[in-house]
Write a protein that binds this ligand. Structure first.
Ligand code: SF4
Ligand code: SF4
Length: 223
C-alpha cells in the first residue's frame, strides 16, 4: 500500500493563501484504508479550512484509486458545477493521485498529504516500508526480504561491519536487514546463497520517468 501522512495544516493554509474557495478530493483506496484521505479525513480538513475562513465548494472521494485517470476523470465530471466556482483543489491522495487530478483540471491543485512509501501494513497505525520500486526485484535471492528498502545503505551484499546484536548501525532500534536475510535463508536451508556475490544493481531501471506500457512490451516480445 502507498503510505501517506497529512501535511501540517499551517503549511497547507499557506499554500492556499491566495485562494478563497476550495474543493477537496480524497482517495478511495490507499488513503482511505490508511485513514489519511478517506471521508472522515476529508470532512475534518474541510472543517479546519472553514474555521480558517476558507469557503468549501464541495468534496468527493474517488470510488477507486485516485491515480486511475479513467475513473477520476468521471468522478470530477460529476462535480463540474462545483469546480466552476472553485479557486483551488486540495487532494488527499498520494503524489500520483494528486498529479492525476492536476492533469484533469484547469485549476491549481495542492497536495493535502505527503507520500511516505510503499509499505506493509502491520496495524492501522503502523506501516513498514518494504519496497523502493527498484524495477529489478531481487527478493528471490534474499529470501523475500528487500535490502533496497530495509538496509539504509541499500547494500546488495551484507551485512556491513556496523551491525551489532542483529541491529543496524544506522538505527539501533531497527533489525539489520542482512541479518534477517541470513536467518531466513538459514531457516529455508538456503544459506549457501550468501556465498554468491550479487553484482551492483542496475540503477538505470530506476531512472525517471518510468513508463509501463504493456502493449509496447508485448510487441517487443513478439519481434
Ligand atoms: S528488490 Fe526492488 S522491486 Fe523488489 S522489493 Fe526491493 S525495491 Fe521492491
Ligand atoms: S547494519 Fe545491516 S541494515 Fe544496517 S547498514 Fe549495515 S548491512 Fe545495512
Amino acid at each position: 500500500m502507498i503510505i501517506t501522512e497529512q501535511k501540517a495544516f499551517a503549511e497547507l493554509l499557506s499554500l492556499l493563501e491566495r485562494h478563497q474557495s476550495v474543493f477537496v478530493v480524497g482517495c478511495g483506496v490507499c488513503a482511505t484504508t490508511w485513514r489519511t484521505g478517506g471521508e472522515p479525513e476529508v470532512k475534518a480538513l474541510l472543517s479546519e479550512l472553514s474555521a480558517a475562513g476558507k469557503q468549501s465548494t464541495g468534496w468527493t472521494i474517488t470510488a477507486e484509486a485516485c491515480c486511475d485517470a479513467r475513473l477520476t476523470r468521471r468522478i470530477l465530471k460529476q462535480s463540474s458545477t462545483a469546480l466552476k466556482i472553485t479557486d483551488a483543489i486540495v487532494v488527499m491522495a498520494c503524489g500520483a493521485g494528486t498529479q492525476t487530478v492536476a492533469s484533469l483540471v484547469e485549476l491549481p491543485v495542492y497536495p493535502g498529504l505527503n507520500t511516505i512509501g510503499l509499505s506493509q501494513i502491520q496495524s492501522l497505525s503502523l506501516a513498514l516500508e518494504r519496497c523502493r520500486l527498484c524495477g529489478d526485484c531481487m527478493l528471490a535471492e534474499t529470501a523475500g526480504i528487500c535490502p533496497v528498502a530495509r538496509c539504509p545503505k541499500g547494500l546488495m551484499n551484507g551485512p556491513c561491519g556496523g551491525y551489532q546484536d542483529g541491529k543496524c548501525e544506522v538505527d539501533r532500534t531497527q533489525d539489520c536487514a542482512w541479518v534477517l536475510i541470513y536467518e531466513r535463508l538459514q531457516t529455508l536451508g538456503q544459506e549457501a546463497r550468501l556465498a554468491i556475490i550479487s553484482e551492483p544493481k542496475d540503477w538505470s531501471r530506476m531512472r525517471s520517468p518510468r513508463v509501463a506500457d504493456k502493449k509496447a512490451a508485448q510487441l517487443a516480445a513478439k519481434e
